[in-house]
Design a binder for this molecule. Sequence first.
Ligand code: PA5
Length: 455
Amino acid sequence: TLTLDFTNMMAGALPNGAGITEAQWREAAEAFRLAHRQVMGQQAQLGFLHLPTNEELLRASVAVAQDTRGRFDDVLLLGIGGSALGPIALRTALCAPQWNALTLEQRSGNPRLHVLDNVDPATIAATLARLDLSRTRVLVVSKSGGTVETMAQYLIVREALAQAVGEEQARAHLVFVTDPEVGSLRRIARAEGITTLDIPANVGGRFSVFSPVGVLPAAIMGIDVRALLGGAAHVTLLAEGEDVARNLPGAFAVLQWLSDTQHGRRIQVLMPYADPLRDLALWFVQLWAESLGKILPDGTSVGPTPLPALGATDQHSQVQLFMEGPQDKTVTFIAVRGRTDEGRIPARHADIPELGYLGGHTLGELIDIEQRATAGALAARGRFNATLHIDAIDAWHLGALMQTFELATAYAGALYGVDAFNQPGVELGKQFAYAMLGRAGSDAARTEWDALPKP
Ligand code: PA5
C-alpha cells in the first residue's frame, strides 16, 4: 500500500560509482538503531505519535464538524505554518478539485474551506469581501495561542464578524484550536465561553496535522477522518522496529541523511506526480526545513534544504536543473499506482505520427510513464532518486504518507544530532518585529535592532 523504491539511490544502479554503497547502508543501519532509541526516549516531544489513536480528540473534532455542516456555508481558517499547511494539504489532496468553486450539491452539502495563512492586507480584504459572514464559521488555529500573524487576522475577522452578526452571535461562529492551558486564545476562550479544541501540550505546530488542527477542518469537509488516522496509525506501528530495512520512515530518513552528509546531496526535492499532492510537498518542506535546519553545539550549521516540485508540470521547469545542474540533490517522487485507465486520449490526427501515437493511451498512463521516464533519466545520469508508491490518493494513504514524513523528520533530527522539535532560529526575527510593534517586554530586542546597520 505504501512502499519506497530506493534502487536509484544506491551504488550499482547509478553510473560512475555514484550512489550509496552497501557499506554505508550497513553502517547507517547501525546509526539508525541508535537514532530510533533516542527518538523513542524523547516521549515528552512525541505527542504526535499518539494522535492517530486519540479517540477523545477525534470525537471532539467530529462533534464540532457536525455542528458546523448545514449551519455554515463557509469555513474560514486563520493560522500560519503548521497550523495552516496541514489543513491546506488535506483539502487539496482529499476534496474534489476546485473545491471552493463547486456548488453545495457538488460538495455533498459540505462547506467551502478558506485558509488565511498570511497577513497580506489585499488577500484578507478580498476574502472578507467575498464571504457572507453570517454563514461563515471561523476557526482560529494556533498552538501557542499568540502568534502575531494569526492574532492580527483574528482581531480583524472578529471585528468584521461582530459588525455582520453582532457581538453576541459572533462568539457562536468562532472555534479556537489551541494549547489546553496557555496562550491568549485559551484566555479569551475561558473568559467568553468560546468553543475550543485542544492541541495536546506535547504536540508542536508542524507535527499537529492529526490533532484538531487537521482533523477538524477535514471532518467539516466530509473527509473520512477515521481512515486518515488509520493510515497514520498503521505507519506508527510499522515504525516501532529498529531495523531500518523494515521501518519505512526510517529508511527515508537514513537515505536523505546519507545522501546529504556522505554525498553532498543537500537539496532534497519532493515531487509528487499528482495535482492533489501539490500542497503535501509544501507541507513537507516546512516540516523538513524547520525541524532540521539547526546549529550544532560546536557551532556547525546543518540541515538539508527541501524543495517542492510537481510532476509532470516541473519537467518543463526544474527538471533541467535536476538533470544537469550541480550534483547536490535527491529527488523523491510520489507515484500513484493503479490509475492507468483514467482519461482516455482520443485517437485523432492518426496521419501525423508525432501526434497520432498518443491516441488510445490514457492520461493516467501518460503521467505514470513520465514519472518512470524521469526517474530513469535521472538515474542514467547518476542523479539520486527514490519513489514512494501509493495505491491511491485517499484519506488512508494521506494519513500514512504524512505520518511517514513526521516520523522520518524525528529520526533525521536524531541522525543529524539536532532537536527536530524546536525552532530557535525564527525567534530573533519575531523579537525584532515585536520591538518595532511596541510589544511590552521587547526592550532588549529593540536595543539590538537599533544597533544594527540599516540600509
Ligand atoms: O511548526 C511550528 O511550530 C511552527 O511553524 C508553528 O506552526 C507556527 O509558528 C505557528 O505557530 P502557532 O500554531 O503557535 O500559531
